[in-house]
Design a protein around this ligand. Structure first.
Ligand SMILES: Nc1ncnc2c1ncn2[C@@H]1O[C@H](COP(=O)(O)OP(=O)(O)O)[C@@H](O)[C@H]1O
Ligand SMILES: [Mg+2]
Length: 240
């Protein structure tokens, strides 16, 4: 665990902006995307129930200012000792929290919030009492005190949404948003839920060429076409 990702100022200017979420897109897609602060960050919020988890974090439903949201919290990131990137660069380009902030910010900068992926309402810094409440709901796992506030969806992706899901990959392509983990558990209500593994340009030059081929978007479309259906649910035989 690297203590810097717990620090109050660590992410600001890297993948987070101190600005509040506004309706208008706010940055050119040529520059590093920065996710803005959730508007109601000062409101008390109550976590209601556990919705699911994966390798990067846990998602809960929460009630904030009379609206229900999905809140994603992230496990601490482990610095890779043999990487060619220094720890700060690793946090920026590999840490799922940063990957997800950058990806949602890019969608917003391109006016595509809530189209390819669920809407993101911004980031919040959790207080220690919120961290304790969430830990109690999450089998006492550890996570960093930063969270993303997202649109809550109640259904897994349905086969009748497949055509739209395939069309929406054009949006990811226009946003230079490469998504390696295309699997049914990362889709809900026809939209992508989990951008924790997403890579977005500008990216570290040592790694981007491997990701930056148009073929990856074709692969994404083809992978969706190969999903089979069982009792109205998608199955991907290559799912991790
Ligand atoms: N916005 C959401 N609304 C409802 N459920 C969600 C939402 N986002 C995630 N989930 C649920 O939580 C699970 C884990 O979330 P995910 O973001 O994929 O975590 P990880 O990055 O660890 O894979 C998902 O498979 C899904 O069941
Ligand atoms: Mg996931």
């Amino acid at each position: 665990m690297d203590p810097s990702e717990f620090d109050d100022k660590f992410w600001t200017g890297k993948c987070l902006s101190a600005q509040l979420m506004e309706d208008e897109p706010f940055q050119s897609p040529e520059v590093d995307p920065l996710l803005r602060h959730f508007r109601d960050f000062e409101q008390k919020f109550e976590c209601l129930k556990y919705l699911g988890e994966g390798k990067q974090g846990i998602v809960l439903s929460a009630h904030i200012n009379s609206v229900q949201y999905a809140i994603k919290v992230f496990y601490p990131f482990t610095i890779l000792p043999d990487s060619r990137l220094n720890p700060e660069e690793q946090h920026l380009y590999f840490n799922p929290f940063s990957c997800e902030c950058r990806a949602f910010a890019r969608l917003q900068d391109m006016n595509e919030d809530g189209t390819f992926a669920v809407k993101c309402y911004g980031w919040v810094k959790l207080s220690s009492s919120q961290v304790n409440d969430i830990r109690a709901l999450c089998k006492e796992k550890d996570f960093i005190p930063w969270a993303l506030v997202k649109e809550l969806v109640s259904t897994a992706a349905h086969p009748n949404q497949l055509t739209k899901m395939i069309e929406n990959i054009d949006i990811a392509e226009q946003c230079n948003l490469f998504i390696p983990d295309v699997q049914p558990s990362n889709y809900g209500a026809g939209k992508f839920l989990d951008l924790g593994a997403a890579k977005v340009l500008p990216y570290h030059p040592v790694y981007w060429p491997g990701y930056c081929f148009t073929q990856s978007f074709t692969d994404h479309r083809n992978r969706l076409r190969k999903w089979t259906v069982n009792e109205s649910k998608f199955i991907d035989k290559y799912e991790d």
